[in-house]
Design a protein around this ligand. Structure first.
Ligand SMILES: C[S@@+](CC[C@H](N)C(=O)[O-])C[C@H]1O[C@@H](n2cnc3c(N)ncnc32)[C@H](O)[C@@H]1O
Length: 812
């Protein structure tokens, strides 16, 4: 059964006028003027949407420096005196409150277009307790005042050291703790940590930097050795910070984009994180033939991809020059909304980015020569606006899913709930599913005739039952398949939803010429076609079935669509077992004939944050498998580069061997071979044949965090032998080959209560069970992380808690 909580889609407009809005901001590391109303208007006239503002002034900065140097001289006097032996060191100084000259910020109308930028000259990671203490005080004063002024967003420069290895990440932990504290000080403000995508661009020659003030014996990284770039190091640092901050929803990333983009796996990793801003410096840009700043092709695709996030990040142009018109009123030429000439935005002749060595060379050359004045001081902004206009239109799937990315939906109780008409309407919009069913039915009917199989109707028509007909689309398709193939059919529509039953009868009168037998029943209680009034549609070709002993006949083709996002999670196996008694014993077939569930571990920080938040008021939140259109996630295991490695968990095949059903029947009610808790999960063991379990190994090259398991399904509707299979798939790696553009199902997400961290080159073992107690079906799941410690030896690093959906299990 498809997910009936999917969005009800408005009819598509003839022209898709959607283009993602680019909110572009301007940041200057050394903004010379306070951001007044006038400055803001000037920036907006040129085409900027927002400006950053420092929170404190150079006056405050020098006040802090003076405080430190006074304290240090006091300390050296103290250390030289006799007191040093008897008394303890004087406590660190406290920064006195801000005065008007200490800050350019003030509450007012302008703050809504401002992003506060906290002081980059502090060092929260410093191993000198004095420096880290003062740095924390500066940050806290700035956060508190920004929050007081009503500014909604603040950018905090990332940690000054990123060492993620075992050598020294002391500073990082201090940084993370300071951010956690800051979140409690500004309790409404959104904080973005400014972090490079990879590497660490050391801030060079920052006047008044606190870092060099760290006293020698505290300074751990003197004479830092040159080390290889660890691509995932900055992500690792971010992961540490947000973990200490318990995935706080007000904490996000301002991601610094480098000139040379990293491997795709790192780009995907950041895509999954809460990106509030993407920042660009002049060095991110290339120059085209005309000398205009442009972005490489790979940057352009990255922006297109990132701007399709549910909450597209804002774009921050850093140090690209002053706001035109402010420094030089005569220079106010173009605004960014004007259309630039083609030469201005033509791609750079070398669309490939330079190698790191070339980039270093380029950068050093660029830094040596005096920076030329841009022809147009708004050139970078103009280019961004041009990119905005040239964004590709959304695909059909993007349009369908718009607004539903990463939106968690509670699971269904398909047997106890009756769907609304509007929900059926959503399924019926699927452009693929019904066509594929029609193909499968047509192929099955043709094969039936070709193979001269006997039918179960007195007239010789092939007897078809649509079990769970809903509003009848599969009935319509079965009639069409009969017409197309010329194979006569006798058609039964069985539905338990009394409201849908009304519509089925109406359709029969108005659209199907009254040829369909409509039955209101739970399929498991249906006894089969009542042999009296039904006549065939079209002409009979074979009539070899013996007259049934009972008044009820049999069904040749049983059609159903009871699949959930994880195939069997809405109890298709239990329903189809329950109706199998109506199927012709030797030749009867089921469409679908089989289905499989598939899994892969994923990083999904946004989902984790959302679920943790729900868990405050709902104690089943972390134990619920959710239906969700997964979007901002990262696949942790890949097979061929950049393709998710998704593995099959288990399969269900229909019809079951008669012996299996006979054993189940015998066990029901505590009969012979089971009963009385014979099954591990309770019950009589009558549904034991529908339990499953599997343990799957996933090799992960890059370190990461597992937040849960993404689940998909595949189904074989009909296997036509040489003619091929008619299949459905929701797996991202096979959907295009099997059922491209199918939209009826979103994936399922099995959450982990506590994220599980693992290092590079780990193995994740995923265990999952389908459990039943004859009244309910539920899942249990667990992830273990291992690293290889020798050629044949691996060590368990940790494991998740066992997830179990027993409390929210599906009632049979
Ligand atoms: C996903 S809907 C499919 C509806 C329709 N066949 C389609 O493809 O659009 C599944 C339908 O099966 C019905 N259903 C589920 N379990 C059933 C049962 N045990 N007996 C009869 N109908 C059932 C539901 O009420 C629902 O109408």
């Amino acid at each position: 059964m498809a997910s009936p909580q999917q969005p009800v889609i408005d009819p598509p407009s003839p022209v898709d006028d959607f283009t993602p809005t680019f909110y572009v901001g301007h940041h200057e590391s050394k903004r010379p003027l306070p951001v007044t109303d006038f400055v803001l208007r000037q920036a907006q006239d040129v085409g900027y949407d927002m400006l950053t503002s420092p929170i404190t002034s150079p006056h405050f900065h020098s006040r802090v420096l003076t405080l430190i140097s006074e304290y240090l001289s006091e300390l050296s006097l103290f250390e030289a005196s006799d007191d040093a032996v008897t008394k303890s060191t004087p406590p660190a100084p406290i920064i006195p409150p801000l005065t008007p000259v200490d800050t350019p910020l003030t509450p007012g109308d302008t703050v809504s277009q401002l992003i506060a930028y906290s002081s980059p000259w502090i060092d929260l990671c410093s191993s000198d307790p004095l420096i880290s203490n003062i740095s924390r005080q500066v940050l806290n004063i700035e956060i508190a005042y920004t929050s007081f002024c009503g500014v909604g967003n603040i950018i905090i420069p990332g940690p000054r050291s990123y060492s993620s290895g075992s050598t020294n990440n002391d500073g990082l932990i201090q940084y993370a703790r300071a951010i956690q504290e800051a979140l409690t000080i500004g309790s409404y403000i959104q904080m973005a940590i400014h972090i490079p995508m990879y590497g660490n661009d050391e801030v060079k020659d920052m006047t008044g930097d606190l870092r060099p003030f760290a006293r020698d014996h505290h300074s751990a990284a003197k004479g830092k050795s040159i080390k290889e770039i660890d691509l995932f190091e900055t992500w690792d640092a971010w992961n540490l910070i947000r973990s200490v901050c318990k995935y706080n929803s007000r904490l996000s990333v301002a991601l610094g984009l480098p000139r040379q983009l990293p491997i795709e796996s790192l780009q995907s990793r950041w895509f999954a994180e809460p990106l509030r801003l993407l920042s660009f410096t002049p060095s991110t840009f290339l120059k085209n033939k005309g000398g205009h700043p442009v972005l490489s092709k790979s940057h352009q695709s990255l922006i297109t991809r990132y701007m399709r996030l549910k909450l597209p990040p804002w774009l921050l142009l850093c140090d690209v020059g002053p706001i035109p018109g402010l420094d030089d009123p005569l220079h106010r030429t173009s605004t960014a909304d004007g259309f630039p000439s083609p030469t201005a935005v033509a791609d750079a002749s070398r669309s490939v980015s330079p190698t790191p060595a070339e980039a270093v060379d380029l950068l050093s050359k660029e830094s040596q020569k005096p920076r030329p004045k841009h022809k147009d001081p708004a050139a970078h902004l103009i280019y961004m606006r041009y990119l905005q206009r040239s964004q590709p239109l959304r695909t059909a799937i993007e349009k369908f899913g718009s607004g539903y990315q990463d939106y968690l939906q509670a699971p269904l109780q398909p047997l106890t709930d009756n769907l609304e008409s509007v929900t059926y309407e959503v399924f019926e919009k699927d452009p693929v599913k019904y066509d594929w069913y029609e193909r499968a039915i047509a192929q099955a009917l043709s094969d039936w005739t070709e193979q001269r199989k006997p039918t179960s109707s007195p007239s010789g028509a092939v007897v078809i039952a649509v079990a769970g007909s809903g509003r009848g689309p599969l009935v319509t398709r079965a009639l069409r398949a009969s017409e197309m193939t010329g194979v006569p059919v006798e058609l039964w529509a069985v539905e338990k939803n009394p409201n849908a039953y009304v519509l089925l009868q109406r359709h029969n009168e108005e659209d199907w010429g009254g040829v369909v037998k409509v039955v209101k029943s739970d399929m498991r209680a249906w006894k089969g076609p009542l042999r009296s009034t039904t006549g065939p549609i079209g002409q009979a070709i074979t009539t070899t079935s013996p007259a049934p002993a009972s008044p009820y006949g049999r069904v040749d083709i049983l059609i159903s669509e009871l699949l959930g996002s994880f195939a069997d999670n809405e109890l298709s196996p239990e329903c189809l077992d329950g109706v199998q008694h109506v199927l012709a014993p030797q030749f009867g077939i089921s469409i679908p004939s089989s289905y499989t569930a598939h899994l892969t571990p994923v990083l999904a920080p946004r989902l984790h944050a959302d679920i943790s938040h729900r868990a405050i008021t709902d104690n089943t939140a972390t134990e619920t498998p959710y239906v969700v259109m997964l979007h901002a996630i990262d696949y942790l295991a890949t097979s061929v580069p950049d393709h998710p490695r998704i593995q099959e968990a288990w399969e269900f095949v229909h019809p079951l061997p008669a012996t299996t059903l006979a054993v189940a029947e015998a066990r029901r009610g505590g009969g012979v071979s089971g009963g009385g808790g014979g099954s591990m999960s309770g019950g009589d063991g009558a549904n034991e044949h529908n339990t499953r379990s599997v343990r799957l190994k996933f090799v992960c090259k890059d370190r990461g965090v597992v937040n849960g398991l993404a689940g998909y399904f595949e189904a074989v509707l009909y296997d036509g032998g040489e003619a091929g299979k008619v299949e459905l798939s929701t797996r991202p790696d096979t959907i295009d080959a099997k059922s491209k553009d199918m939209i009826s199902w979103f994936p399922i997400f099995f959450p982990l209560k506590t994220p599980l961290y693992f290092p590079d080159d780990s193995e994740l073992e995923v265990s999952i069970w389908r459990q039943t107690d004859d009244r309910k079906v539920w899942y249990e799941w667990l992830v273990e992380a291992f690293v290889m410690v020798g050629p044949d030896k691996r060590m368990r690093l940790g494991m998740s808690e066992m997830g179990s959906s027993r409390k929210v299990g599906c009632l049979m």
